[in-house]
Design a protein around this ligand. Sequence first.
Ligand code: HEC
Length: 195
Amino acid sequence: MGHSKAGAMLCGAVALAGVTAFGCGSQGGGGGGGIQPQQMADALYAVIAADRATYAGQVVDRLVKENAIKATERFKEEKTLPLPAQMLRMGAEHAQKTNSNFSYALLSMWPINQQNKAKTDAEKAGLKFVAENPGKNYYTEEKIADKTYFTAVYPDKAVAAACANCHNEHADSPRKDFKEGDLMGGLVIRIPVNK
Ligand code: HEC
């Protein structure tokens, strides 16, 4: 049986689970080419976006509608649910500890939290691109501290009225005219590539 095929399949499965980010392909000894950085970024995006939508819909929105519990920024003090963006960041920090090979973050040109501002040129270009090109993702390579990364930026949209309303009403939001369906930011996924 072709060892390279088994290797590639294992790599794919492992990458999807977010356990081994870039051990596949030439460097991981799996043989058979492994998966491309874009395929891996797209797969990670599918998982992160699915978790985000499920948490927002099945946990936050449902429990708010049932008047059971709200999601608020100071969730620890107020004994409420974390906001979807806070869930995403806690997940990203956890993943970083498990596997520091890749990273992801939810950023915006109109951030409530200054921590979520674009910092690198690729992040800035990516947020602008997804804002101006509905339905498209942004892919590029960038160098940070002598390391080359494949960097992908995916659109993050106001899938519910609550997204737009809460941001519009937040004192720290630099933008107050979000509507349902608007683009509110972008998910940045960064994967190191061997160069
Ligand atoms: C109840 C209020 C509230 C709701 C509902 C809400 N957000 Fe946010 N959102 C925030 C706050 C507060 C932050 C900053 C949190 C942080 O990073 O600590 C944030 C962060 C973000 C960011 C990162 C940029 C920034 O503004 O800091 C994006 C993008 C975002 N939210 C999009 C959405 C989308 C899309 C939805 C709906 C699925 C949504 N938000 C629902 C309050 C809310």
